[in-house]
Design a protein. Structure first.
Length: 179
């Protein structure tokens, strides 16, 4: 019998000071059996950093031809493609052909090796790539509960997260900005 995903319910109060975006998002996420809590945490951060109308999680690891998160227009065109992790150059080439905007959020301890190997190939594509500090992602993951309410305040390249269990700060580095 297949292992079922673990369901998380999150009520997130997002304050993005740079975009003047203030909203509460009620999210239900499935942690795939092969996914780490840290990766799911990065998906939550990517969602929060890009929060907008029509932004949604996809089938994720269960659908290799879809990103982790996307926003679609009313006529079903992909407006935003968000990948979490260290995707291949071919995957991003495909994403660029399908979406108006492509963003990658890298977070693993192997992110530097991935960027050193593929970064120059990504430079020719109109994409945005950021890297989280893995230790900070771990700190956030340690605060995650199956049902939780928390706030994220975003300014610059930093997010301050406050939960009932504690607080942490996440910073990211822009590896490639949009041209």
């Amino acid at each position: 019998m297949a292992i079922k995903p673990t369901i998380y319910k999150m009520n997130i109060s997002i304050s993005d000071l740079d975009r003047n975006y203030y909203a509460t998002q009620n999210l239900t996420l499935a942690l795939h059996p092969s996914e780490t809590l840290e990766r799911m945490t990065v998906r939550v951060m990517a969602f929060s950093l890009n929060a907008m109308e029509r932004l949604s999680f996809t089938k994720g690891l269960s659908a290799t031809d879809e990103p982790d998160i996307w926003a679609k227009t009313l006529d079903d065109q992909i407006e935003l493609w968000v990948d979490v992790g260290e995707p291949s150059v071919d995957r991003i080439k495909k994403a660029v052909s399908l979406s108006k905007l492509v963003k990658i959020y890298s977070f693993n301890t192997k992110s530097d090796v991935w960027w050193d190997k593929h970064g120059s190939s990504f430079l020719k594509y109109p994409i945005w790539v950021a890297r989280f500090n893995y230790a900070e992602i771990e700190a956030f993951a340690n605060l995650v509960e199956r049902t939780m309410a928390f706030s994220i305040t975003i300014t610059g390249n930093t997010a301050f997260i406050a939960t009932e269990k504690g607080e942490c700060e996440l910073a990211w580095i822009d590896l490639k900005k949009l041209d």
